[in-house]
Structures are given as C-alpha cells and as structure tokens.
Write a protein that binds this ligand. Structure first.
Ligand SMILES: [Zn+2]
Length: 170
C-alpha cells in the first residue's frame, strides 16, 4: 500500500523557517504523524536539531528529538487516531530531494535491524528561500523502498484545532 502523508500549510511554514535557519547545512529530525486510515497519515509535528548537522544523524544522540517528540505527543493527545513516530526527515540544501545511497542504506539498516520495522523518509529542499520541494519514501522490513505521496492541505478544522494547542516556537 502506498503511504500518503498530509502536511498542512502551517506545518509547511514551520518547516520553511527551519530550512531558512539551516541554510546550506543539512538539518533534520523525526516525523510525528497521526494515522487516519490504513496507509494514511497527517503530519502533526516534526522534531529538529539545528545545532547538529545530519551527516551523522543516524548515530547522533536522540535526546533532543525524544524530548521534542514527547511534547508533540502531549500536545496531540486529544486526536482520534494513533499519533506516533513515522520516520525521519532531512534537508538536501544543495542537491535534489531524493534519497541518496547513504540515505537508503541507513533507512534500510534501521528497519531491517535496529529500529521499527517500518519508517518513512521525507527529504526536503528549499528553493530560492521560497518554495519547498519534497519527496517521501517508505521503508518496510523485507520489502524494497517505495515512493509515497505527499499532500499539501489547506488548513482543515482538525489541523487548526491541533495547531491551537501547540506551544509557540522559539
Ligand atoms: Zn539525504
């Protein structure tokens, strides 16, 4: 089943802010999403570490991300669907936002060996400080990577509601 991830415009705006701060450094973190139907997810938050680059993100300390994720889970505890870690995201500031060989190897290793048996990888690139190009690829134990679908949504009532619970960003 092809996974689809819906991203609201406000989440996209936050991501754009992170990418501007990141500049030419690769930045990234974890995706937190609500499952709304089989294979369908709404992005409810993402963690970001602007200090550490993501070259070694798969080896880096998870503390800042797990703390941010705890906060996101708390803020979204009222949602009907299951809210959980969906995977990883990072930027490719200077090259196309498709998984590199290293990305594929790292994600495959994670689902095959150490981490969850399923995870998505979103790669984003900010173009001319204005628009975002992005891809999503899903990795499942025992299967080949598969391209997923990213849907940019205008604010819907539920997303708006969730947004109201979020702490201001610093
Ligand atoms: Zn990459």
């Amino acid at each position: 089943m092809t996974l689809s991830l819906t991203v609201s415009r406000s989440q996209l705006a936050k991501l754009q802010t992170h990418l501007k701060k990141g500049g030419n450094r690769e930045i990234g973190g974890w995706l937190v999403a609500e499952q709304t139907a089989p294979g369908k997810f709404d992005l409810v938050g993402l963690t970001v570490d602007l200090e550490a680059g993501t070259r070694d993100r798969f080896d880096s300390l998870p503390e800042p991300h797990s703390q941010q994720m705890d906060r996101i889970l708390l803020e979204n505890s009222g949602r009907a669907g299951r809210v959980d870690y969906l995977g990883e995201w990072h930027s490719h500031p200077t090259f196309p936002p498709i998984p590199s060989e290293i990305d594929v190897a790292a994600m495959t290793d994670m689902v095959e060996n150490s981490g969850p048996s399923f995870a998505a990888l979103v790669i984003v690139r900010l173009i001319a400080n204005a628009s975002i190009q992005a891809t999503i690829t899903t990795f499942q134990r025992g299967q080949l990577p598969e391209a997923g679908q990213l849907i940019i949504a205008d604010e819907v009532s539920e997303a708006e509601f969730g947004e109201g619970w979020q702490l201001p960003e610093h």
